[in-house]
Design a protein around this ligand. Structure first.
Ligand SMILES: Nc1nc2c(ncn2[C@@H]2O[C@H](COP(=O)(O)OP(=O)(O)OP(=O)(O)O)[C@@H](O)[C@H]2O)c(=O)[nH]1
Ligand SMILES: [Mg+2]
Length: 389
């Protein structure tokens, strides 16, 4: 399953975002380093369900929207110079290893300093927070490379290919391949054979970009002054109000409102049960959603999965005529797959044995046989025919 991590400076709203997205418990407080041990939970990407344009309807979507699970990790806050041991140090960068992509949460309201201490809205320039995480991660990777560098240089005996392979081996856990290192060497025009440790910083920045694509999310949009909204928009920051999302999810769970994560609006269901303060709170959230086109939480998760990671949703079925499994359950599964994936990749994702015994696949919408090498599209419904039982 895909894993997204929430990272950023302390007190910017990572745990609030986590709690809203997963409805799992997480401690939230207005001071730095509330979270020490990471929180793990399941969040969902939202997509139009594959059954939306079929005559048969499935029971796995909500009003035509399908929510597909992804892992979400909420890690401890990081401060500038964490790689040198500042704040709680760089041990938490290790928690980011398992993430496929990172939602870098910043406090767009400018109400907390670089260490996460409250300073009053607008008193800190969030511009400086936008790039710091990328830099800290670069220096973390650089620290790891540094440890191995003299050994690697000696062992490779001046052979570029051996150095490239050695670097790829060190970062195999980050999904880095020798081809990645070759591409980066060419792109940056660095000579790895004669490079000093300092020369390797740009290479480490590229390793971070390749292995941990990042979306910067400007949280606390509800408190963000107009000047900062404009400034951060220019930096392509995606906005969110995690606190609003959390309030809406709680209200929806209590049947006070009708709201699906990612909706641009909500509807009050049970006005009579609301106190004047609750009504005012919901009215404020409605205003924020109008400006932000929703609360931004679901939108950020979707962008991380569908844009940064370029994934598609594919529905495997056993009966291509009724779009269901053997029990008659319509579109029982929805799989996230990398764009470019083939029916054979899908077969392996269903089960290793199904993959090994793959014979051919059928596009359930057209009933046509498709080739093993055919590129799957978002929303495809596929029957795999395999020798495996
Ligand atoms: N106005 C506003 N406040 C928010 C929002 N999200 C979080 N907060 C507040 O920001 C403070 C910090 O929230 P947390 O979720 O604990 O922040 P964190 O990033 O997990 O903090 P650490 O675990 O200390 O790194 C709390 O007082 C939250 O209520 C938001 O969208 N809007
Ligand atoms: Mg936290």
């Amino acid at each position: 399953m895909i894993t997204l991590a929430l990272a950023g400076k302390p007190n910017c709203g990572k745990s609030t975002f986590f709690k809203a997205a997963t409805m799992a418990n997480a401690e939230i407080a207005n001071y730095p380093f509330t979270t020490i041990n990471p929180n793990f939970g399941v969040a969902y990407v939202r997509t139009r369900c594959g059954c939306a344009d079929l005559k048969v309807k499935c029971t796995h979507c909500v009003e035509g929207s399908r929510f597909v699970a992804v892992n979400l990790i909420d890690v401890a806050g990081l401060v500038p110079d964490a790689h040198k041991g500042k704040g709680l140090g760089n041990q938490f960068l290790d928690n980011l290893r398992q993430a496929n992509a990172i939602l870098h949460i910043i406090d767009a309201s400018g109400g907390t300093d670089s260490e996460g201490n409250p300073v009053g809205v607008g008193n800190h320039d969030p511009d400086v927070d936008v790039t710091f995480l990328q830099f800290e991660m670069t220096m973390w990777v650089h620290g790891i490379l540094n440890k191995h560098w003299s050994h690697l240089s000696r062992q490779s005996q001046g052979k570029g290919a051996a150095i490239q392979q050695g670097i790829a081996d060190i970062f195999v856990g980050l999904g880095i391949t020798v081809e990645d290192i070759r591409d980066v060497e060419l792109k940056l025009k660095i000579d790895l054979v004669h490079a000093s440790v300092e020369d390797l910083v740009p290479l480490c920045a590229e390793i971070v970009k390749i292995s941990k694509p990042m979306l910067v999310v400007g949280n606390k949009y509800d408190e963000t002054p107009e000047t900062l909204r404009t400034k951060l928009s220019a930096q392509k920051v995606a906005f969110a109000s995690a606190a609003s999302e959390l309030a809406l999810r709680n209200a929806a769970a209590a049947h006070v409102i009708h709201y699906l994560p990612g909706d641009e609006q909500f509807r009050i269901e049970n006005e009579g049960t609301l106190s004047p303060a609750q009504k005012a709170g919901l009215a404020k959230i409605a205003g924020v959603m109008k400006e932000c086109k929703g609360t931004g939480v679901q939108q950020a998760i979707n962008r991380a999965v569908f844009e940064l990671l370029d994934m598609i949703v594919v529905y495997p079925v056993e009966d291509e005529n009724h779009f269901c499994n053997k029990q008659g359950d319509v579109l029982p599964d929805a799989f996230l797959m990398r764009r470019g994936a083939t029916p054979h990749d899908l077969a392996f994702q269903v089960h290793t044995d199904i993959g090994k015994g793959f014979l051919y696949a059928i596009d359930a919408r057209t009933k046509m046989r498709i080739k093993e090498t055919h590129e799957l599209k978002d929303g495809d419904i596929i029957k795999i025919v395999s020798a495996a039982k």
